[in-house]
Every structure is written in C-alpha cells, then in structure tokens.
Design a protein around this ligand. Sequence first.
Ligand SMILES: Cc1cc2nc3c(=O)[nH]c(=O)nc-3n(C[C@H](O)[C@H](O)[C@H](O)COP(=O)(O)OP(=O)(O)OC[C@H]3O[C@@H](n4cnc5c(N)ncnc54)[C@H](O)[C@@H]3O)c2cc1C
Length: 470
Amino acid sequence: MAKDFLKDTQDQYDVIVIGSGLAGLTSANILARAGRSVLLLEHHYQLGGMATWFKRQNGHIFDISLHGFPIGMIKSCRKYWTQEIADSIVQLKHIRFENPQFSLETSFDREDFTRIITEKFQVPMETVQRFFDTARGMNFFDDQAKTTRELFQEFFPGRDDVVRLLMEPITYANGSTLEDPAITYGIVFSNFMSKGVYTFQGGTDKLVAQMKAEMEKNGVDIRIRSEVQKIEISPDRRVTGVVVNGKRIGCRSIISNANLKQTIFNLAGPENFDPAFVDEAKAVRLNTSSCQVYIALKPGESFDHCGDLLFHSEHRGFDIESILSRNVSSRTFSFYYPYTRPGHDRYVIVSSTNARYEDWASLSEPDYEAAKQDLIETTLDCLQRYVPNIREQLDHAEASTPRTFQFYTRHLQGSSFGTKFEGLGVSKKLPEQIHGLFHAGSVGIIMSGWLGAVNYGVIVSNDVDKLLTT
Ligand SMILES: Cc1cc2nc3c(=O)[nH]c(=O)nc-3n(C[C@H](O)[C@H](O)[C@H](O)COP(=O)(O)OP(=O)(O)OC[C@H]3O[C@@H](n4cnc5c(N)ncnc54)[C@H](O)[C@@H]3O)c2cc1C
C-alpha cells in the first residue's frame, strides 16, 4: 500500500507553509519558535528547494546552489536559526575571472575591487569611491526607473571591461541584466562587497539536516512528498485551508513558498483576486533559469588549487545574450575541495550557466539527451584549461537544465531566481487581496538567492505572527 505522508496531521494549524525552500523553512522555524502550530508541506522527498544536493555512486555529493552568498547570511542564520549553523559559514577567498579582457583573482570585497579598478583598469579613485558610495546608498525607496546600464554609463562610460567585472558575477548570482533597476544591482552588489563571498562549510546536506533538527525541536510538523493542489479560500476572501495529496487540512494563514505566479494562478485561482491585481500579476516576468554540469573526480584523484569560484568567458565584453545562449561561451565553475566538505576527501566541480527555459522545453527526448551530452563534453573541453587531466581523472559527469529545475521545484520555467523586480510588489500585496495569504520566496531580484530568500522568510513570518495575534 502507498505510504500516507500525511498520516496523523492535525485538522487545523495556525500556519501552513507550502514549500521548503530557504524562505519557507525560515518562516516555518520562526513561527513555530514563537509558539504557533505550523505544518510544512514539501512536494519533493528532500527539504531545501533550490538549496539542495544529490548523491551518486562512489560517494560523490553535488551541491546545486551552494556557490556563494554575502556575509549577511551569518547574522540571519544566528538570529533565526542557530549559532551552530552560523558558525559553519566561511569565506571563499579566491574568486577568479578569466576572459579575453582580463585575468585576475580577487577576494571580492570593496577594498580589493577598488585596488583592481584603480590600478589595473586605471579609473580615478574618486570615481570608484563615488560609485561604491552610490551603490551602497541605494535602497528600495529610491528611483526605480534608472537601469543598471544607466548607472554604469554614469560612472564608467565606454568601459565594458569595468562593467564586465562589476556585472558578470551579479548576473550569475541572481540572473539580473543591465536593463533591471539599478537599485537591485546596488543592493545585491553592496551586500557582496561589504565582506566578500561566503559558503556553508560541510555542504547543503549538512545545512538542511541542521535546519530540520531545529524545526523539529521547535515543533514544526514537516511533511515531504506532499504536494499542495489547492489553496482553499472562503467567499469573503479568507484562507481556510489547503488540499494536499487530495486531503483537506484547515488553517488560519498560509505562507506560499511556491513560485509567485504558481501561487496566484494555479493554487489560489485568479477568480479570487481583483481583476486589476490579476493583470498586475500576469505582467510579472519570470527570471531566467540555469544549466549545470556536475563533475566528480575518481576517489583519490585531485587537482591543484584553481580558485573557489571562476568566472570563465570566451566572449568580449558583458553580453547577456551570449551568457544565456545555448551555444555556451560563459561558465561559472565552482571548485569544491576536501576543505569545503570536511571529512569527505573528494574533488568536485560544478559548472553553471544562465539559461532560457524555451531553449530546452521543446526538444524531443533524443535531442534533449544529445544536447545535455554536448553540454557535458563542451564543459569538459573548457575545464581542461584549468584541470588539464580532467578527462583521465573523471569518475562522473551529468547535466541539469531548466527542465530539471522546473521538475524538482515546480518553478514555472525552472526560474532559478524567482521573478523580476515587479514580482516583489505583487508578492507583498497578496495579503491585501486575500486575508491570511502570504508569499515568501525568491522575487524581485533583491529577495532571491540564499540571503534574500532567508530574509524574506523572516519579514513575512513577522507579518503572519502579527495577523495571528490580532
Ligand atoms: C543553479 C542555481 C545556482 C544558484 N546559485 C546560488 C548561489 O550561489 N548563491 C545564492 O545565494 N543563490 C543561488 N541560487 C538561488 C537560490 O538557490 C534560490 O534563490 C533560493 O534557494 C530560493 O529559495 P526559495 O525560498 O525562493 O524557494 P525555492 O528554493 O524555490 O523552493 C520552493 C519550494 O517549494 C516547493 N513547492 C513548490 N510548489 C509546491 C506545492 N504545490 N506543494 C508543495 N511544495 C511545493 C518546491 O518543491 C521547493 O522545494 C541558485 C539557484 C540555482 C537554480
């Protein structure tokens, strides 16, 4: 008989959280810690959403989205999770750029970037300082019409080398482009520049296991393999429950960590919202997706240190079309050494590229498999420059595409970083439309990525707590 993943659930909870991405997990933990009864429903067999990992034969473990986040994650984890989790966050000190315009290594903070831009790129110190101060001073309430392109034009006209240094990592970090609002760039870039790039030592599996233990301690009722089909809404527009795996469970409030558009159009249903809101939600653009190639060396094999993160490109200048193209010329390599996962002696490389869902969606199965194989082969060819014997040392290689991300996280079009900027306003307005319905998860560029998702989970759980108190 099929296992009942919802066995012994209560009939009613204060809060139901749909989805266990970092925002969903954080909301669930904070609300349970505050004494609320919380049910966490995750369709996958593993918690974490995009913050996930998988294992393969011979003891290989691959992290999907553990490439780097800003230092702010330490404080957020300490306050809203545990000291133990915060203590495993360490800096990645070797960030490399290799492209036709420059070859350099940096600690990726303001001091080192200032040195590079003034000394190597010969931009006057005063301009660089003003640029950093402007980016640092940007906030959500600023002019949202100015684009990132215009920001760069103001400070570094005609300098596509400087623009590339400043923009390429941010495009990889959150899928944003030069046409996105400058404030989204300013906020995310400054978060990184304050102290560099950080990672979770021990891997995503360790992080999620620690989060799960903490949620259990705080009393979250956690259910995996539990896909919500419907958010139940009363005629006077209040959430009353969900239908999950065909079972109805009641609640006073819902936090959906599912994709924003999926939440509105598939789970709640557009008929429950004002027509003007529906139009606004329809106009929200999804962010792009990703392809990855996971590469493991044979046990006992190793490579010389070649950086922690390496932004490789064969293209001249920062060009979003080439970054998104299936004809890949730009890749970010994450190198995982034994010190990134203490106790595990393997050398692993993950290559990531931004990608468009539509380039992969319509391929027939044979074409899809061939395209994935081609992606693996071209990635290995490229990697040979940095790990010369990779083909002889290789034990395992496989690829994922936007289709993979859509399958595992239910994100429409496999969007890696939620929505473009306008998604944030729609996400925030959800409870004004339907009493008790909230969304927490990657939206608006600034609320995506590990830190953005955790922090949005914090903000929304505070709103839910207030609602439950009244
Ligand atoms: C390839 C890649 C690399 C990345 N690299 C980085 C990086 O280096 N640094 C960084 O900061 N960020 C990175 N990110 C982004 C980061 O991982 C995400 O922004 C963040 O993890 C998203 O968290 P979230 O809370 O929005 O939820 P998500 O991770 O999107 O999770 C949503 C969850 O909801 C579940 N769900 C959806 N619908 C339902 C339903 N109906 N019922 C039940 N469950 C449901 C899904 O299964 C999923 O578990 C990367 C992302 C990708 C794809």
